[in-house]
Design a protein around this ligand. Structure first.
Ligand code: C5P
Length: 220
């Protein structure tokens, strides 16, 4: 029997990649499968939370009993998240949001020519930084997928984005990160503690993350 230890909490989870369109048939994106975020949404729901999942395009089925909102671009994800932020108690941002988008989206399919093409990119809003700057008692969890200087970069995110917990994973390691069913994570806390977790399935990791979130929340 699952303990309903998240009953009464509204958990908002983001998952998957975003797509940034160049024209009606082309986009810039990344390899995020959405598996980690969906696992967290399922686990939080099983543990009694009211769950909202804001997801970029993935191949996964919407979890049963979870309010699922489908978005495509980073800007759509930002609007969907900010609209609901005030009513949430825990926000877990597992989405791999594209940092840049094309400066212009062509209304019609771009034709090829023999000339080289250059794509101008502009920065997308950093959703999590915006949540951190406007925190009102919510507990904020960020993900840091890095291929180098993992702990240093993850620690920077914890501070700069005003987070309560960062789940750091070295996506260069076999069995960690994008598109696999397992992960090797390190959890970074505000007091400087780092917890090293072994290789585990994303479903098991989802429960560990929620255990820690519950413990941090109860001390807040
Ligand atoms: O800075 P970086 O993209 O590595 O930070 C990762 C964390 O920030 C993730 O939790 C991700 O969902 C979030 N993020 C965001 N908006 C962005 C970029 C990242 O919410 N534009």
């Amino acid at each position: 029997l699952t303990p309903k230890d998240l009953a009464g909490k509204h958990v908002l989870v983001t998952a998957g990649p975003t797509r940034e369109e160049l024209d009606p048939v082309r986009f810039i994106s990344n390899y995020s499968s959405g598996k980690m975020g969906y696992a967290i949404a399922r686990a939080a729901s099983r543990r009694g939370a009211r769950v909202t999942l804001v997801t970029g395009p993935t191949c996964l089925d919407a979890p049963w009993g979870v309010e699922t909102i489908h978005v495509t671009s980073a800007r759509e994800m930002r609007d969907a998240v900010l609209e609901r932020y005030a009513s949430t108690s825990i926000v877990i941002k597992a989405a791999a949001v594209a940092d840049y988008r094309p400066a212009r989206r062509a209304p019609d399919k771009v034709k090829k020519s023999d000339q080289p093409e250059t794509i101008e990119l502009v920065r997308n809003p950093d959703i999590l930084a915006e949540l951190g700057a406007n925190k009102g008692g919510q507990l904020l969890v960020g993900f840091a997928a890095e291929t180098e200087s993992l702990l240093e970069n993850a620690g920077k995110k914890l501070n700069e984005k005003n987070l309560d917990l960062v789940v750091a994973n070295d996506v260069g390691q076999v069995g960690a990160g994008f598109n696999v069913d397992t992960n090797i994570a390190r959890l970074l806390y505000r007091d400087g503690r780092v917890e090293e977790l072994p290789l585990m399935g994303k479903d098991a990791l989802a429960d560990v993350i929620l255990d820690r979130v519950r413990d941090v929340k109860s001390k807040k």
